[in-house]
Design a protein around this ligand. Structure first.
Ligand code: B12
Ligand code: SF4
Length: 524
């Protein structure tokens, strides 16, 4: 069998980093690890090719080569997925769809010949056999979530590594918490399952041997979901780091109670973790309680963030607007919190009721669901009826995004964060790390940044002021400062686009309001 694995296109969002990736000559942030894992699970005798539409074109001759097309997608990739499935059907090609979208959208809507819901480790052998025999079923769903020790070494040979800015490795799936809006726990469960340490080291060896030397995203739902296993891994990573003298910059996702565990933070620092994404959600404690994000309550969120940053880790934060508990002052409070936090990359989105979540079930019960949504919480479209007036919520959301991604406000946060990491005593090896930043890709990014942000941009004076400060006051972390400046450019472009989209939405709403009046006049 010839299996063609396809990853559909992501729309441009705050999360796509499209406008920053161009600076370093990369086409996408991360490769499709789900498909690389599936490829390794398929029979050895099968021939496999992978096309990630985010980094290359899907050509007719790729489709002509294939006996079966296997697609993976998140909900947000739904439109591109539908187009590819349609293209395959027109050629009479058999399609199999899997990935998180299969847990969010009813199988029939995906229009594929076969749909795989959930994790595939335990069922792929049977699926492959039945595809060969022509007896494959329309829908597959594993009876149990697999242990990750059964997950294979992902097939790295199938991707064009140099087109991505970050490689990915997964250590665990699932999260022990129980936030109402979360679909992670519905898809991957509340019992964190981990790979063996040796499995992870083999994945890192694979990357090292392939020549990768940049950042590695440990794509766990919550890296500290199982603290004992996470610490075991971290000790091994620190050893691996010194043994091979390879300094991957690790990025991961964790819950905010990381701040309660100094040993964990120190181990993460020693292993080379440089960034961590935290779901902070809201500075309003009543909102945290209402959505059952109890691990974020009874604490100063700002202090917790600052403590994690003091271990040399950049905190990226997820924030949500639109909780039932939000009052009109939430927008100012959100901006104030973000500005004080020193979190440059603050992902503020509108609450989404994702199908399959506790939130979706509650709102459906209350008659407040208006659509299944599109899996995008930054496109200014709500899929439920909020408590606050929807127009006010939208206006407030827009004003938050505009304020935090205004050039001056953004650079202020970057400086606050740099202050915190600069305060740390210089460690042995840190000098080498700042020299490590001087790579061809980074120098190219610096030149592009100077041209786009320093010459062509209307905010060029803010940029030059920041650059001068970075080169003098923060010279020890100049690389981090420049990387953040470049990322800021992406957010500025996206904010401009969001502003345009919202203005258009407002104009359309105005027109819709005036229409019945006109037809009344006409009727008279
Ligand atoms: C890394 C990551 C990203 C990366 C991108 C990675 C990439 N290139 O794909 C970044 C950070 C950019 C990202 C962004 C976003 N992400 Co994301 N992301 C993840 C994360 C943490 C890991 C993905 C991964 O590599 N998993 C490891 C692989 C092995 O797991 P897997 O893909 O599930 O594959 C298994 C099965 O699904 C199945 N399978 C998968 N594909 C296929 C295909 C076939 C044919 C078969 C048979 C089986 C199969 O088998 C695999 C092995 O069991 C997941 C959470 C998670 N646990 O997966 C969220 C997740 C996928 N992201 C999610 C979301 C919502 C987003 C955003 C929309 C965020 C936002 N709010 O805007 C953005 C969208 C990007 C954009 N451009 O706008 C959701 C998707 C929910 C959904 N139902 O679609 C997830 C599940 C997290 C969550 N909150 O629920 N993300
Ligand atoms: S902490 Fe994060 S991953 Fe865990 S349940 Fe809450 S939102 Fe989901």
């Amino acid at each position: 069998m010839n299996a063609l694995l396809i990853y559909p296109e992501f729309p441009e969002t705050f999360w796509s980093f499209t406008h920053a990736l161009k600076f370093v000559g990369k086409r996408a942030a991360q490769p499709p690890l789900g498909l690389m894992t599936i490829a390794a699970l398929l029979p050895h005798a099968w021939k496999k090719r992978l096309v990630d539409v985010n980094v290359e074109r899907l050509r007719d001759r790729d489709l002509d080569w294939a006996d079966v097309v296997m697609l993976s997608a998140m909900h947000i990739q739904g439109e591109s997925l539908a187009n590819i499935v349609e293209r395959c059907r027109a050629k009479g090609l058999r399609t199999v769809v899997g990935g998180p979208i299969a847990s969010s959208v009813p199988a029939a809507e995906l229009k594929a010949d076969h749909v795989v819901i959930g994790e595939a480790e335990s069922l792929i052998a049977g699926l492959a056999r039945e595809l060969e025999q022509g007896t494959a079923k329309p829908v597959y769903e594993a009876a149990e979530r697999p242990e990750l020790t059964t997950s294979p070494l992902p097939d790295l040979s199938l991707i064009k590594m140099n087109r991505y800015s970050t490689m990915t490795v997964q250590f665990s799936r699932g999260c022990p918490f129980n936030c109402e809006f979360c679909d992670i726990i519905e898809i991957y469960g509340r019992r964190p399952r981990t790979k063996a340490v040796a499995q992870v080291l083999r994945e890192l060896d694979q990357l090292r041997e392939a020549g990768w030397r940049e950042s590695v995203f440990i794509v766990d739902d919550n890296f500290i979901g199982n603290k004992v296993r996470a610490k075991e891994l971290l000790r091994a990573l620190a050893e691996w780091r010194w043994q091979y003298k390879v300094d991957f910059e690790y990025v991961t996702e964790a819950s905010l109670n990381l701040a309660d565990d100094p040993e964990m933070m120190q181990l993460m620092k020693d292993a080379g973790f440089r960034s961590v994404f935290l779901g902070i959600e809201t500075p309003d404690e009543s909102g945290l309680i209402a959505c059952n994000k109890l691990q974020n309550t009874h604490r100063s969120l700002l202090d917790s963030v600052a403590l994690i940053q003091s271990y040399g880790m950049q905190v990226m934060g997820g924030f949500i607007l639109g909780f039932d508990t939000d009052r009109e002052d939430i927008f100012d409070r959100m901006v104030e919190f973000i500005q004080k936090s020193g979190i440059p990359i603050a992902m503020v989105g509108l609450l989404q009721a994702l199908p399959g979540t506790q939130l979706f079930r509650r709102l459906r019960g209350e008659g407040r669901i208006v659509s299944a949504g599109r899996g995008n919480n930054t496109d200014s479209k709500l899929n439920f009826l909020p408590h606050m007036d929807a127009a006010k919520l939208m206006e407030g959301y827009h004003s938050v995004v505009k304020q935090i991604y205004g050039c001056e406000a953004y650079y202020e946060r970057v400086k606050l964060y740099l202050n915190r990491i600069q305060q740390q005593p210089e460690e042995p090896g840190q000098h080498a790390e700042s020299q490590h930043w001087v790579t061809r890709d980074n120098l190219r990014a610096l030149v592009t940044s100077i041209v786009r942000q320093g010459v062509l941009s209307q905010q060029r004076w803010s940029y030059w002021k920041f650059l001068a400060t970075a080169a003098t006051r923060y010279h020890r972390c100049f690389g981090v400062a420049m990387t953040l400046a470049v990322m800021g450019y992406h957010f500025q472009v996206m904010t401009r686009k969001l502003t345009k989209a919202l203005e258009m939405q407002a104009r359309e709403a105005e027109m819709a309001k005036s229409l019945p009046a006109e037809s009344d006049e006409q009727a008279q």
